[in-house]
Design a protein around this ligand. Sequence first.
Ligand code: COA
Ligand code: AMP
Length: 631
Amino acid sequence: MTRYAEVYKSWQDDPESFWMKQAEAIDWIKPPSKALDDSNPPFYRWFPDAECNTCWNAVDRHVEGGRGDQTAIIYDSPVTNTKRSISYRELKELTAKLAGALKARGINKGDRVIIYMPMIPETVVAMLACARIGAIHSVVFGGFAANELAVRIDDAKPKTLIAASCGIEPGRVVAYKPMLDGAIDLAEHKPDFTIMFQRDQAPADLVEGRDIEWHEAQHDVQPADCVAVGGADPLYILYTSGTTGQPKGVVRPNAGHMVALHWTMENIYDVEPGDVYWAASDVGWVVGHSYIVYAPLLYGCTTVVFEGKPVGTPDAGTFWRVISEHNVKVLFTAPTAFRAIKREDSSGEFVKKYDLRHFKTLFLAGERADPDTIEWAQAQLGVPVIDHWWQTETGYSIAANPVGIELLPVKLGSPTVAMPGYDVQILDESGHEVAAGELGAIAIKLPLPPGTLPTLWGADERFVRSYLATFPGYYETGDAGIKDQDGYISIMARTDDVINVAGHRLSTGGMEEVLAGHPDVAECAVIGVTDQLKGQLPVGFVCLNTGCDRDQGDIRSELVQRVRDQIGPVAAFKQVAVVDRLPKTRSGKILRGVMVKIADGEAFKVPATIDDPAILDEIKDGLQSLGYAQN
Ligand code: COA
Ligand code: AMP
């Protein structure tokens, strides 16, 4: 039996003892008397009778334990030419001060705080300050527009918003304040006040009586101590795309999250306290929450907050510079970042310029890691390249190669095997397990392990409907895939309308809602088409209202702008074709799957249920006009 198999079996044999043992790594105010509360299925709670504080475990305890002078955060920002190190001691002071400012203005345990900030250390401070006083943060990615922010304000009902005045994209400064103001105007719920971190690149005008400048807010306040929260109390809400424009508020509980993330640092990522760990993602995504902020800090590592892109800031060698300059041991990023680097530096000239001696392992997640990219990375870097699979909902990997336990043989195209806590099964439509090597829906037997979502914010019924209804007793991942005879899992596609653009999870349904809102659009469909760089790109099809004789080019530009304004630039929605009709089944269901196959140049069968096969030619023409569809 492999070492991994032994560990997995030890969890399978006795999950309760397995997780209670991992819980010993955490400082508890009141230790848990048991791990799982399964008294109210399908709602499971981990460590509910414990009392704890995540900020204490991520910051204060390291100061108490002698790591006060160790660097907690390295901020490296090629877009502003700034580098800065923050020690654990400083991080504690900064966090306690901001927490004090929040407390002084009435933010308490259980209150929500929305954070709309870019990749700067103050964002981490804001998250930890909330955790410190038991407030529930919800970070919104800077690439989302005012409307998306407003939807989240109305759902989370925050007492306050903490924002920075701008983010910086290569070649442009993105002013956040107009989006913040726009969102507050649009939202029905109004926050009591906002805290604004002013950046020199675009200082914001403050609204008298509502907006308080970051330092001003902290003037003369008492630093706040860590408060005790219940183990199952939410640490944060993170909104993620579902099948509609209404995002899902994934709830993350405090205790299970700490226990699970701590376990992953040793067993999956193979790091030690004091090591430098870098997740080149964004705090607005789950990877950022778990592996820029919480896991490295809970484990006493140094984390890198990188404000830049893999290419163009200033060149395709920036990742290697950061690794060599800061002695990074582990890098975690999305495959798309490597595809971007490979496209600009296929022979790896930049890699050769840097001393990468301290670099041990590359981890990839967020989208399918294509074998070409993995092989290129292996050849350039000479370290193991580990694909691992997870979701916002789980907060850490469902399947991985547990390097800290043992490096299992890599099978290209597979994120390896299920991690302890996850009983992953491939099911057919009637919920039966399929044979090894056969494609099916990927489901996880309940209960999900500690740290995964217990529900959606304020939406228990939607939680059950979205994840638990299709296969009773299982969590439906929304991914389809296969498991081979060695237990290796491969993720093949989503089973819903979610697409993955440059590692960013987006809803085609959400984009359709925006297109459908255009006055000239009668009906529409958005599909995810394969893209060499970003994995997938959204492509829209619209049918115009009868009698509409406006210039189609104008309408198409308006539609692109509309998605940019209402969802945000991150949607990368740039292509839309005008067609007379959409292909549908006789019962009226749009055949998006067939459209995707046409766009990707894949063979497809004309479905027997199609209303009018001739429409497919029209779709081909539309795709050809956008540069797709070879077959
Ligand atoms: N604030 C405002 N705008 C943002 C933004 C932010 N935080 N992040 C992205 N955008 C904008 C970009 O400027 C771009 O706008 P444009 O249409 O005006 O060019 C648009 O959103 C799309 O951004 P992106 O998908 O990042 O594309 P890109 O062409 O700028 O860069 C990559 C391509 C591959 C380099 C980039 O996507 C990348 O680094 N991906 C890594 C993904 C990642 O870390 N994912 C996290 C999950 S692990
Ligand atoms: P997110 O919630 O944004 O992390 O997106 C989760 C989705 O991204 C998953 O459901 C998968 O569809 C996809 N995904 C994440 N990691 C991988 C991976 N390693 N391989 C294939 N798909 C992945």
